[in-house]
Design a protein around this ligand. Sequence first.
Ligand code: PLP
Length: 451
Amino acid sequence: MSNNKQFWPEIKVEPPGPAAEKVISQDRRYVMQSFARWYPMVAEKGKGMFVYDKDGNKYLDFNAGIAVMALGHSNPQVTKAIISQTRKLTHYSFTDFLYEPAVALAEKLSEIAPQGRNTKAFFGNSGAEANEAMIKAARWSTKRSYILAFTGSFHGRTLGAVSLTASKPVQRRGFGPLLPGVEHVPFPYCYRCPFALEPESCGMYCVDYIQEQLFDKYLPADETALFLAEAIQGEGGYVPAPDGYFGKLKRLLDANDIPLGIDEVQSGVGRTGKWFAIEHYGVKPDYISMAKALAGGLPLGVLLGRDDLMGLEPGSHASTFGGNPVACSAANAVLGQIKELKILKHVADVGDYLKQRLVELQDRFPLIGDVRGKGLMIGVELVRDPKSKEPADKELAELLLRSWKRGLAIIGSGRSVLRFAPPLIVQKGHIDCAIELLGQELKSIEGGRGN
Ligand code: PLP
């Protein structure tokens, strides 16, 4: 284990300190409280793998601003691209005019598109907007109306996107009626199989279920415009679909000419050790949506679709700020840096190391029920008992709070899952530090076996 100071956080004042408290009380007074925050961290600045709060505490960042800061904080090349584009042109609405950074980005994305090179891009400002565009493009192109999505999914919070989202009731409560024509089917969450089957022998019944219980019973497949899916569920608990799943699903969809859209908002742009998570499954989707990591912290959402599914007529869809030149310049720099720094290979290597270290922790602490994921998108599910798998949600909240107070910034997902989404530049020394701190806190919570 590395004791090298360069990998470690530094807590000077117990957080939240007095400067942070001031912001926290202003927030409570003036800002709508519709967020669910795990702990009150007031971020002031960031550098590389670290984020600093208002009181000068230095945290090891395993959140990356929720899977956004792929290259860490203040990457010099991305910062340079932002400053230089800001000096030239900050905005000129791609809805009515053209500028090069957006068009160049569309070309770069077509070079890495999992669909193959015949793609076209649409630019919005967020993940939700990219998914909204997907819904509209699929309906418009297929002239069909129904949409399929998974339970446990998260696709955003605008009314169209939230109609597909199904990871927590609070995301929908009080907002209905939502978009009609949306059907949900169970996600292949093998640790908690919705059909109580075993992965070794189930034959992926969850795909047959769609045929048998939906298409054969009530949902006209020939009126279904889109299946929107995450390859690895994010908000739903960092749950990867099992190998082979998307191959089988795609065959079913192809037989019915239903486009497959993959939401890569959280899993895309290198997080899993490939440009896009769906590449792990050897399947060519028809659409993908992306946002988060794409523009180095600036707002940008992109729908990338197969040419023939992106033929919307002029005037039918647009967004004033979508494809902002500064955000697109940042994105061009992010893609360039991922290539130049060989980040995909690095993610695959350190991702394996992180998983191995987490499996070691699992051996020590029965509270850890499952360790899963790809690259640097890893979920650690906490359960009160490995047999009953009762979600350890209170224990998770306590672990996150305690870890934060020690200087490790990490949050949860699903009901009781630790969400590992560090910047992609994380090194083994940072991982050792995170494991050490988590081990100490798990021991206090659980009175764990071992040292
Ligand atoms: N899709 C996925 C998979 C996400 O994880 C998120 C956000 O967490 C979204 C969509 C929504 O993105 P945004 O918050 O940028 O609208």
